[in-house]
Design a protein around this ligand. Structure first.
Ligand SMILES: [Zn+2]
Length: 75
């Protein structure tokens, strides 16, 4: 099902949008890409040597010395 949504652009972003051949498709791809970044990113904690999968920016390994403190490295 296709649904429409209105967005508001300023002059500069309007000109950019006009140069994209299929702007709707481009927006859909941007949204999917954003969703994938939020949900499917593998991150690595160098303190406890674990790869973590999910939306957390910080280590969620409870036995890690940097639990919820260390910012994970995006893989
Ligand atoms: Zn850790």
């Amino acid at each position: 099902m296709k649904r429409a949504i209105n967005i508001t652009l300023d002059d500069a972003t309007y000109r950019m949008a006009k140069q994209i051949p299929n702007f709707s498709e481009w927006v859909r791809n941007q949204l999917r890409s954003q969703r994938n970044k939020l949900t499917r990113t593998d991150r690595y904690c160098k303190h406890c040597d674990t790869t973590q999968h999910g939306i957390n920016k910080y280590c969620v390994n409870r036995v890690c010395s940097e639990y919820l403190m260390c910012e994970l490295e995006v893989l």
